[in-house]
Design a protein around this ligand. Structure first.
Ligand code: SAH
Ligand code: SF4
Ligand code: F3S
Length: 468
């Protein structure tokens, strides 16, 4: 393993388990079962981290509850990707002064990506005295220790030292679903796209060992899991820091070789590193969903260069064309940023034309949000906000029309789908490409793969009925 990655040792983990035991004993002596609430913001990586936080809380004797009111512990697992995400957290954190007033024993923690920013921990120190602890993603595995210190020392705890990052295997986990699982295969990011805060708050890229990932996947499948989602900020650079001779395509193939009826998805792929080998592997294994989330960010090669994306419009289109050539039914989704500093009207039109050329099933659209400490935040940005909003609305309208057209093309076709839950009176299912289908049916169907014929469509979802 590359020297920069610290693997948390068993002895270090044992220390944390010992803190769990002490906290459980503390509550036993208090004569009641404590409750904990975890709120998650941001991406799947945070969802996955929250499952570990819940696991550690359970190990400490807490029951997981569904609202902050009355909880003994509240954990806000936060996202720093855009200013709006942070404002929401500060707003909700402010509201916790009331739950704490009604339950003065309540201990409040802020963690996740926002906690990796010095400015945020300073602001919490100065202006949010009701917050008892702050810890960045690097210190997640130390949560039992942090909680113990808060409970017993009466002092606020800040575990926010900046670090290149570590890997902790074997943390306790409470998964949100038995059907679908998040499996982080790597952490951090080395790409430093000029607009993005992630490398600053989640540290350098580090890969879990293939044997640890495969063991986790095997265990999940044996326990009845039907969908495995492999997670990383840039899964295509998996393994570069390990000396195991395995790249992401190899790992994907190994997961697909596990016996059992399940489907594999992954995100996110960086277009620079998305190789032909990856697409050939996807095409070769029926268990790998023919779904690709390949963020393009901008259709202009000049803007892509300013974003430090390391590909241009032509290379991106070549990549997509190859992927579609080996997987004709590929469902493509992407992320795009409107109003990057200095984006001209013509450059924005290039984004529109790329969308029209590729025809994504769905897009995640964002207006550029300057993030302190990133190079783009210092770039000149003469485009007025109102103009950015106009571009954003136009882009959404173009994409909605395309999504609607693609979705209406599904009507009359039959797809094998995983029926995964319920929304009001209808069952919900996902096609292999990840599109949402609603259908009538018995609850007992949840958890099974069934063939569903699509009977109707909207911009965002499909309706269907059982074909078999
Ligand atoms: N690692 C993933 C994306 C992580 S963030 C990748 O590289 O694709 C998810 C999306 O948020 C990004 O793809 C980008 O479109 C958007 N985003 C990131 N930083 C942003 C910023 N400062 N302003 C607006 N959107 C941003
Ligand atoms: Fe951010 Fe770029 Fe890394 Fe994605 S690849 S997390 S956008 S720096
Ligand atoms: Fe947000 Fe952190 Fe994910 S900044 S998007 S929660 S990696």
């Amino acid at each position: 393993m590359n020297g920069k990655t610290t693997v948390i040792s068993q002895a270090q983990l044992d220390t944390q388990f010992a803190y769990c035991d002490k906290i459980a004993a503390y509550w036993l002596a208090a004569g009641r079962t404590p409750a904990a609430y975890v709120e998650t913001y941001g991406c799947q990586q945070n969802e996955a981290d929250s499952e570990n936080i819940r696991g550690m809380l359970k190990e400490c004797g807490y029951e997981i509850c569904q609202e902050p009111e009355g909880a003994d512990v509240v954990v806000m697992n936060t996202c720093a990707i855009r200013e709006h995400a942070e404002q929401r957290v500060f707003g909700n954190l402010g509201a916790l002064t009331h739950t704490k007033r009604r339950h003065p024993e309540q201990k409040i923690f802020l963690c996740g990506c926002m906690a990796g920013q010095e400015s945020v921990s300073q602001r919490i120190k100065m202006s949010y005295p009701h917050v008892d602890g702050v810890f960045s993603t690097h210190h997640l595995w130390q949560f039992p220790e942090i909680l113990y210190m808060v409970l017993t020392s009466g002092r606020r705890q800040f575990y926010v030292a900046d670090e290149p990052g570590s890997i902790a295997e074997g943390l306790p986990i409470v998964r949100s679903s038995t059907l679908k699982a998040w499996v982080s295969i790597m952490y951090g990011c080395n790409n430093f796209c000029t607009y993005c805060i992630v490398p600053y708050v989640r540290g350098r890229e580090r890969s879990r060992k293939p044997e640890d990932i495969l063991a986790e996947c095997r265990e999940l499948v044996a326990a009845g899991c039907k969908e495995i989602n492999l997670l990383g900020q840039n899964v295509n650079s998996y393994g570069k820091d390990l000396e195991c001779g395995m790249d992401f395509a190899d790992l994907l193939a190994e997961v697909a070789k596990i016996d059992g009826d399940f489907i594999i998805r992954f995100m996110t792929s960086h277009p620079r590193d998305a190789s032909r080998k990856l697409f050939d592997t996807m095409a070769a294994y029926p268990k790998i969903a023919k779904q690709l989330h390949l963020p393009f960010q901008s259709g202009s090669s000049r803007v892509l260069k300013a974003m430090n994306r390391h590909y241009d419009r032509e290379k991106y289109l070549d990549t997509v064309n190859y992927a579609k050539s080996v997987m004709p039914d590929l469902v493509l989704t992407s992320d795009v940023i409107v109003g990057f500093p200095g984006e001209t009207q013509e450059e924005f039109e290039e984004t529109i034309s790329l969308i029209q050329q590729v025809r994504y099933d769905a897009l995640f659209t964002f207006i550029f949000s300057p993030r302190g400490g990133t190079p783009a935040a210092k770039m000149e940005d003469p485009t007025p906000k109102a103009e950015k909003n106009r571009r954003f609305d136009r882009l959404c309208a173009v994409q909605n029309q395309i999504s609607e057209e693609i979705h209406s093309g599904y009507v009359g076709k039959t797809f094998r789908c995983l029926i995964d839950g319920k929304d009001k009176d209808l069952l919900t299912a996902r096609t292999e490409g990840g599109r949402l289908v609603r259908l009538a049916g018995e609850d007992s169907l949840i958890g099974s793969f069934r063939h569903i014929t699509i009977t109707g469509s909207t911009t965002w979802s499909l309706t269907g009925s059982l074909a078999d």
